[in-house]
Ligand binder design. Structure first.
Ligand SMILES: [Cu+2]
Length: 279
């Protein structure tokens, strides 16, 4: 199975980089080495993953997988090591949604039909960020500027300098972080909610693109607090339980190995990520 092949590859890379016997521990459980991604408003990587429900069969997700050459099974592993807050220098324009990782390049496709979540301007919103391994760190939420054209590749200049919400170590409940935010009032139509999760317990930074559509304030859809409703007409995601996989063996295995082991898992993944980027 491909997953095992990847893990084996990652393990050998890691072992070569740092021959620490403890590194074997997390893999011994055969669990996913994984970390997190937004499930509401649903991120591209989660929507297009095998756990994305109806959304994963959408034309956008099919095109993304075709561009990728592989499914987004590791939806919670979109992370780059060593960025240290220099996102705009490390990640090139047009590669924001993939974090410039070849394994996720299909997420950079500029399309108007990505599975999207309807939001109301100025409303309160709670982002659900599924966590398959807990880390400490800061979440930054950005929205593309008013007038954003979703048919153009996402560039840093499409995002404001400052996030509309920033939260450090939000509560982790039922396998997900919950990030409360007040949405800007001046967005209309289709926008991209770009989330950066800057870990403080690992060297990693996570990137994700969630497609959202702002409806009129008068419209009832999405006005309820925390409402994140799938847009009609596009593929709706079944409301994901926080981290479908978190309920499985993956989370418990990682929890048993403890925080230090989780950091090691991420370090190992970083080695693979660097390898992928060199391709
Ligand atoms: Cu992690």
């Amino acid at each position: 199975m491909p997953r095992m092949t990847r893990m084996t590859a990652r393990l050998s890379v890691t072992a070569a980089v740092a021959a620490a016997p403890l590194l074997l521990l997390p893999w011994a459980a055969g669990s996913a080495q994984a970390h997190g991604a937004p499930t509401a408003p649903v991120s591209r990587v989660y929507a297009c993953s095998p756990e994305g429900g109806a959304a994963t069969r959408s034309a956008a997700c099919r095109a993304a997988r075709a561009a990728n050459g592989a499914p987004f099974t590791a939806w919670d592993d979109l992370r780059v090591a060593g960025v240290g807050g220099r996102d705009r220098r490390v990640i090139p324009d047009g590669r924001l949604c993939s974090g410039n990782l070849a394994a996720y390049r299909g997420l950079d496709l500029a399309r108007r039909d990505w599975p999207a979540t309807r939001l109301a301007p100025g409303a309160r919103m709670t982002m659900t960020y599924a966590s398959t391994i807990a880390h400490t760190g800061t979440f930054e939420l950005y929205l593309t500027k008013p007038g954003h054209d979703p048919a153009k590749p996402l560039a840093w200049s499409d995002l404001p300098e400052r996030p509309f919400a920033q939260v450090t170590d939000p509560p982790l409940r039922n396998g997900a972080y919950h990030i409360d935010a007040r949405l800007p009032t001046d967005r209309t139509g289709r926008q991209i909610l770009f989330t950066i999760w800057r870990n403080s317990s690992t060297p990693d930074t996570y990137y994700s693109c969630s497609d959202v559509v702002f409806s009129d304030k008068d419209s009832e859809a999405g006005t309820a607090p925390g409402a994140a409703k799938a847009v009609q007409g596009t593929a709706a995601t079944s409301a994901p339980t926080a981290g479908g996989r978190a309920a499985g063996s993956g989370l418990s295995a990682h929890m048993l190995t403890g925080g230090a082991a989780a950091v090691l898992v991420c370090t190992g993944g970083a080695a693979l990520a660097m390898r992928l980027r060199r391709r």
